[in-house]
Design a protein around this ligand. Structure first.
Ligand SMILES: C[S@@+](CC[C@H](N)C(=O)[O-])C[C@H]1O[C@@H](n2cnc3c(N)ncnc32)[C@H](O)[C@@H]1O
Length: 211
């Protein structure tokens, strides 16, 4: 199954400048980027088999060191080419070009214990996010984890606050599908995950959940 906007959000055209752009944490969309990646590292210290959804140029998997094997999934070949170059000595990282929606029902690696994703799932509409959570829940064994960091609003009130604080970002807010933390935690818990949240900046949040 393909996500509705997979063509639009394929980052091929942004690949060349991506790593330079994410270093600019003065921009509210980028603020918290590095601390969020460090949090993913902390939360995956004991993970053995990792799947990284929307791996992009590999910045997240690059900071993780202890795993046995990782599968990095993205629809953008150009983003993954940069990641491959950056991580070329690390033979335990496998790159797969795929939409991450509909990926798990086809995925044969039953050992994967941790699913991570940073700044990618906001490209799915809410219904698709829920479908993805269900696919992941059905895929993971008990004790399996998900570690997601992304652009989120806590709830409708905080969204209103952010829209007032950052009027220049109206287009970004309207064009992408920032998570609603409260709704998505509720959805994850209804599936059977135990979830906790962490905030890294005005717009960057993390959700850690265990099956
Ligand atoms: C903003 S980048 C984030 C990259 C990286 N995870 C990071 O934190 O720097 C989003 C990535 O998700 C990929 N992407 C967007 N929608 C996707 C989808 N439906 N399936 C797979 N990859 C997708 C894009 O091609 C892009 O590389």
């Amino acid at each position: 199954m393909k996500s509705r906007y997979s063509k639009k959000f394929n980052h091929d055209s942004m690949a060349v400048n991506y790593d330079k752009d994410v270093k600019n944490e003065d921009h509210p969309i980028r603020a918290g980027y590095q601390s969020l990646l460090n949090w993913v590292q902390e939360k995956t210290k004991n993970s053995k088999f990792i799947v990284d959804l929307g791996c992009g140029t590999g910045n997240t998997i690059k900071v993780l060191q202890n795993f046995e094997k990782a599968y990095c999934v993205d629809i953008s070949q150009k983003m993954m080419d940069i990641a491959k170059e950056k991580l070329k000595g690390r033979k335990n990282i496998i790159f797969l070009k795929s939409d991450f929606l509909g990926f798990f029902p086809e995925f044969k690696e039953t050992q994967a214990d941790t699913i991570i994703s940073t700044y990618a799932i906001h490209h799915l509409i809410q219904e698709e996010k829920h479908k993805l959570f269900e696919e992941i829940y059905n895929f993971l064994n008990k004790g399996g984890k998900l570690v997601f960091g992304d652009l989120m609003f806590k709830n409708k009130e905080q969204e209103k606050e952010m829209r007032e604080k950052y009027p220049d970002l109206a287009e970004d807010f309207d064009d992408e599908f920032f998570w609603c933390v409260d709704d998505e935690v509720k959805k994850l818990e209804s599936l059977g995950f135990k979830a906790e949240i962490k905030r890294f900046s005005d717009l960057s949040w993390g959700i850690y959940a265990v099956k």
